[in-house]
Design a protein around this ligand. Structure first.
Ligand code: TXA
Ligand code: MG
Length: 309
């Protein structure tokens, strides 16, 4: 199929409304969207990404009023987090309505809901006029796309449209917090930190990030470049191996690509595109300096650890 590239949120929304697939920017990473109430369209997301059917999708909305189409009940904790962090990089898991097809939630009776704050995403979702199911717009297992070119690299010819926006601001996927039970549990770390969540709901636990039942996404390979990822800023790579480095301190020679960052935010924003650049240049080993696992650093370390397999 031909993949149409556009700058127009309205043109992109037309594709969604005719049951087709559109990649769109958000503040975290690019998403691959379809009308969540159209089972066939949602099925095409799994095909295009080669995503395992047991990994549920997130529903994206333009405004809070759309949430009742998705959730049977918004618990008090969920409501408090929504009021504080929507729109923004937070996904809240709640009990789903029967209107949401089970294919979208991989058979679960819950659904993750999120309201992006990115301006283009908001215009696009408003123009769609319905909640949009969207995972990250990469081939399954690859690093999430933070530019439209990264989406194009993975999905050209496999999806109907790419809504072009700039590079994503955060570069790491949203924080996922399960509010379907009494105690909110963080299933995936992101830019909204555990500390920030606890400031609103003190009993939030860092939960089950590795529990395959509650957090289906964590049982699959993720974020991996083809190169070997080593989390040790001082790692020495034999000269015959093409290597790259990312971290805060300039390394001692021998690297084909060197990326020096000056904050955890910048590190997070650049990591996935850096991995892709390493693959394009046939790098075999990527040396990554570890960061303190606090705040955004915890999310970054999670991605690095999983990229290292
Ligand atoms: O920032 C983001 O969240 C991006 C943008 C596009 O919004 N989306 C994203 O989607 O990263 P995806 O599909 O790559 O990751 C969704 C994560 C997976 O780990 C999935 O298992 C989890 O959220 N998830 C979704 N629905 C869930 C549910 N009902 N229960 C538990 N985990 C769920
Ligand atoms: Mg993903």
């Amino acid at each position: 199929m031909e993949t149409v590239l556009t700058d127009s949120p309205e043109e992109a929304a037309e594709f969604i409304r005719s049951g087709r697939l559109v990649a769109f920017p958000t503040e975290t990473v690019y998403g691959l969207g379809a009308d969540i109430f159209d089972e066939a369209a949602v099925g095409k997301i799994f095909e295009a990404k080669r995503r395992p059917a047991d990994n549920p999708l997130i529903a994206h909305v333009a405004r809070q009023a759309e949430l009742h189409l998705l959730a049977t009940e918004i618990t008090e904790h969920a409501q408090a987090l929504i009021e504080r962090f929507f729109p923004g990089p937070l996904t809240v898991v709640v009990k789903k309505t029967t209107e949401v097809p089970l294919i979208a939630t991989a058979g679960l009776d819950t659904i993750g809901v999120r309201m992006p704050r990115n301006e283009t995403a908001r215009k696009f979702l408003s123009a769609c006029g319905m909640p949009v199911a969207a995972p990250s717009a990469n081939l399954s297992g690859r690093p999430s796309p933070t530019t439209w070119r990264a989406v194009f690299e993975d999905l050209d010819g496999r999806i109907d449209c790419i809504l072009k926006g700039g590079a994503t601001e955060i570069g790491l996927e949203s924080t996922v917090v399960d509010c379907s039970m009494k105690q909110p549990a963080v299933l995936r770390l992101g830019a909204i930190t555990l500390e920030q969540l606890r400031a609103v709901v003190p009993r939030t636990v860092l939960g089950d990030a590795g529990n395959p039942v509650r957090s289906p996404g964590t049982r699959h390979a993720h974020y991996q470049p083809r190169a070997l990822v080593v989390i040790d800023g001082d790692a020495v790579v034999p000269p015959e191996i093409a290597a790259a480095y990312i971290g805060f301190h300039p390394p001692n020679g021998g690297f084909e690509i060197v990326r020096v960052v000056d904050s955890v935010e910048q590190y997070g924003a650049q990591l996935f595109e850096f991995f892709r650049e390493c693959d394009r240049r046939r790098i075999k080993t990527v040396v990554c300096e570890p960061v303190e696992p606090l705040g955004l650093g915890a999310a970054l370390m999670d991605r690095l650890t999983r990229a290292a397999g």
